[in-house]
Design a protein around this ligand. Structure first.
Ligand code: FAD
Length: 311
């Protein structure tokens, strides 16, 4: 993993830099490439636009690591509003939720009761909640809350990060428990070599291996579902080829990509008949999300720095 990526991910947690960056107009402009807007209305318009292009969506109200109960409750309330708005608009869109935004740092039981409100309302509306996966200090607690949620609700799924050594075992255990509803991704945080693969080819291979595990007939017989979340053509082509050779219809899995990233590839996959779901973030707390997107691609950072100097 490059030093630049490590540095940017470390800076994504810096409050001081955040205060500086969010005030500069050029950062707000560039963030708009990855963030649909600051309000629910703007996000809804983006979702409906994607739906018109034949794409599904998942809505993310930006926010993480809240430090008060009030903030966590307000964040869950915002998701309840979003679920109602999606329903009223007839949008083909579910929601993605981060547990540290739901108060995970303030206690597991509190977080569970807060996120349950969203999952319960989504169930009533026939919708679905994806639990995003954050940095490794939260992996075990996130999985524990996911298991608790699944004891009460069928309409939620989890994210698995291929770079973690533990992920293959986690996926197998969740499939054996009959709750293997996955978004599979490479992983966006900076994890030490003691627990994570750090070179790109190994992470790509690990992701492809997870795809095989989830799409295997015996896994699907136990209800496993794979949403393959990657902009990497190696992973996408591997998944499509595996499915084709095993007679798995494109409706039995889906691809997912982030809003504003590789839009042509998103459209091309839809034209080829694949299900494509776009992760649509919105809100004012876009700084850490934006920094992780810069960290994923050196060209993004260069572009940003050039714009910053010229601004
Ligand atoms: C729908 C979705 C949900 C996600 N949820 C989570 C989550 O819950 N937890 C988590 O840890 N991670 C999550 N991620 C992020 C993921 O872990 C990776 O960090 C991210 O997707 C980059 O990996 P990649 O598989 O696209 O491959 P990469 O090898 O990083 O990228 C492949 C190619 O895609 C393009 N690309 C990738 N990223 C960018 C970018 N930022 N800007 C411009 N081009 C880019 C480039 O052309 C690059 O060469 C999610 C990703 C997606 C698509």
């Amino acid at each position: 993993m490059s030093l630049m990526r490590t540095t940017l991910i470390a800076l994504s947690r810096s409050r001081g830099l955040q205060d500086l960056i969010v005030r500069v107009p050029v950062s707000r402009r560039m963030a708009r490439r990855f963030v649909s807007g600051e309000t629910l209305e703007e996000a809804l318009a983006a979702v409906l636009n994607l739906n018109r292009q034949g794409m599904l969506a998942t809505l993310d109200h930006l926010g993480e690591n809240v430090t008060s109960h009030a903030e966590a409750i307000a964040a869950a309330d915002e998701y309840l509003l979003a679920l109602e708005a999606l329903q009223q608009a007839g949008a083909r869109c579910n929601v993605s939720v981060k547990l540290t935004q739901m108060g995970l740092d303030l206690g597991e039981d509190f977080c569970f009761s807060n996120v349950s409100r969203i999952v319960r309302r989504a169930a009533e509306l026939g919708n679905f909640v994806r639990i995003d996966m954050e940095g490794s200090p939260y992996t075990a607690r996130t999985l524990a809350i996911y298991r608790r949620l699944r004891r009460q609700f069928a309409n939620c799924g989890i994210v698995i990060q291929a770079y973690l050594h533990r992920s293959q075992a986690d996926v197998e255990a969740l499939i054996a428990e009959g709750i293997g509803h996955f978004r599979l991704c490479k992983g966006a945080y900076d994890e030490p070599a003691s627990i994570a693969y750090r070179d790109r080819p190994t992470v790509t291979r690990a992701l492809n291996a997870l795809v095989c595990t989830c799409l295997a007939p015996e896994s699907r017989a136990r209800g496993a579902y794979a949403a393959v979340a990657s902009h990497d053509e190696e992973v996408i082509n591997f998944t499509a080829a595996y499915a084709y050779h095993h007679d798995i219809p494109p409706t039995a899995y889906e691809f997912q990509m982030l809003y504003g990233i590789r839009r042509e590839l998103q459209a091309a996959l839809v034209r080829r008949g694949y299900q494509m779901r776009i992760y649509v973030p919105y809100g004012t707390h876009w700084y850490p999300y934006f920094m992780r997107r810069l960290a994923e691609r050196p060209a993004n950072l260069l572009f940003f720095l050039r714009a910053l100097v010229g601004d």
